[in-house]
Design a protein around this ligand. Structure first.
Ligand SMILES: O=C1C[C@@](O)(C(=O)O)C[C@@H](O)[C@@H]1O
Length: 247
């Protein structure tokens, strides 16, 4: 087994100890986001994710003001900013150049700890490098909302996330049958045993995949997404329940 670097953000050590619980903020307006955070603060997630693609404002200055508010309200917990594209199951419709520019602008604000970069986005490796230069960490992600690719493909994707230098890799698939869940967990286990030199997380979505959100850490997953006000993807369990079950 390779030595796995942990990723440390203030006093949260990702890749060590209990899996970290991440809660996504999915409101469409700044006012609703503020209420959403206030409601969720008492549940004390380890990490927050702002799903920027859920926001219906396209004005950049609004985005930065909103980010600043989210940072203030959730600090000192680590904050991820994610702009999930329609190709990967989100609402984001920006074209490649605008996607890259937006992520770089966000990185340069230094108002979040991680930016999500999709593995198959154009020039992902260069984009990751530029985000690092701007002082921000990267979660490299890949989502298949239709199916679960074969195990070897899943392992290849997880290794590629590492190869292009994401700080953390993240893979989400949709299982169609129980065996798909086994493929995902097997891929994670092999990744952990043979290749991982940094933290990664995997999840199978939907009801069938819920087991991976609860027990994925036994197969190498460093964190798990739980539902805050509502799920940001199918199969997420409520954050309070997740906290009790992961004790
Ligand atoms: O990549 C992920 C994982 C996720 O899709 C899930 O299945 O929990 C939820 C998204 O908000 C996040 O960006």
């Amino acid at each position: 087994m390779k030595k796995v670097k942990t990723v440390e953000v203030r006093d949260v050590q990702i890749g060590q100890g209990k899996p970290k619980i991440i809660v996504s903020l999915i409101s469409a307006t700044r006012q609703k986001l503020q209420q959403e955070i206030q409601h969720l603060l008492q549940k004390q997630p380890d990490i927050w994710e702002w799903r920027l693609d859920f926001v219906d404002v396209h004005d950049q200055s609004d985005i930065f003001e909103t980010l600043s508010l989210i940072r203030e309200l959730t600090f000192p917990s680590p904050l991820i900013v994610t702009y999930r594209t329609v190709q990967e199951g989100g609402h984001g419709r920006l074209r490649s150049d605008a996607y890259k520019e937006l992520l770089l602008q966000i990185a340069s604000t230094q108002l979040c700890d991680f930016i999500d970069v999709e593995l198959f986005s154009e020039d992902a490796k260069d984009l990751i490098h530029a985000i690092h230069q701007a002082g921000c960490k990267v979660i490299v992600s890949n989502h298949d909302f239709e199916k679960t690719p074969p195990k070897e493909e899943l392992i290849w994707r997880l290794r590629e996330m590492q190869f292009i230098n994401g700080d953390i890799g993240k893979l989400a698939v949709m299982p169609k049958r129980a065996h798909d869940v086994l493929s995902l967990l097997d891929a994670a286990d092999q990744m952990k045993t043979l290749y991982a030199d940094r933290p990664f997380l995997v999840m199978a979505m939907g009801d069938l995949g819920a087991i991976t959100r609860l027990g994925g850490h036994h197969f190498g997953s460093c964190a798990t997404f739980a539902a805050g006000s509502s799920p940001s993807a199918p199969g997420q369990l409520p954050v309070d329940l997740m906290k009790q079950l992961l004790l």
